[in-house]
Design a protein around this ligand. Sequence first.
Ligand SMILES: [Zn+2]
Length: 310
Amino acid sequence: MKKWLGSVVAFVIVLIIAGCGNEKTNGDNNNKETIRVTTTTGQVADLVKNIGGDKVEVVSLMGPGVDPHLYQASQGDIKKLDQADIIFYNGLHLEGKMDEIFEKMSEDKAVIAIADSVPEEKLLSADDGSESYDPHVWFDIEAWIYGIEAVKQELIKLSPEQEEVFTENATSYKKDLEEMHQYAIDQIQSIPAESRVLVTAHDAFKYFGNAYGLEVMGLQGLSTDSEYGLKDVQSLVDTLVERNIKAVFVESSISEKSINAVVEGAKEKNHQVVIGGELFSDAMGEEGTEEGTYIGMFKHNVDTIVNSLK
Ligand SMILES: [Zn+2]
């Protein structure tokens, strides 16, 4: 009797081991079918979630209100990057303090910059005397759409049996983004031509302005890693007065201090400027809210701008 039980147990153990062996392995992810993805910004996380669906488990390092230009990875973040099967980030030095970590991580897994999939002719230069590009590519939906194909291809490499699902998701998400692109074009065009000027705290919106027909002025440079100066405030105030611009905008990931200085400066020159609302620039909204998704965040920005400038 005991001997019989023993062989059943042995048989079951053999089955379990055989089962494990058959399972697809993604890096050291032996027990799960999902691909473990770690991303930097919310925009990148949302892109991967839309294409991977329930076949991916996405951990995003940078939540709402977090400024990627200044972000430094914690020990906990390194662990999350280490445990991932694949890492997606924005690139073009948006996550300027993490470049070294990405290089190190790329020794044993794919580390993919979404911006690298955008054709060079779609990129805008940083205009800071260097030869680098402006990293805020997600604000031109046509450029960001290139990321869909890149994510899809990488996920298929890790999980070829899910090719059909990833392809379907990618096609449907691309359609959603194309619709939002057209919405943004139509809405911005409803603002009178002379009022199509977007003044914000830092230069995150050049792609947005370029794609949707707004002149863009930022108080700070491309990276928030530079203090704004009095001269910048003054020249921006002069422009507001000269062009009779009614509203300026604050950003969720930047302190309001700089833009408040502009509003005050205009007041001193008897020009009334209001803060038109908060725009999401480098970070998205809270998870679970509409603004916590890329499309929702984009719509919020378009509607906020149109309501204040129209
Ligand atoms: Zn930025």
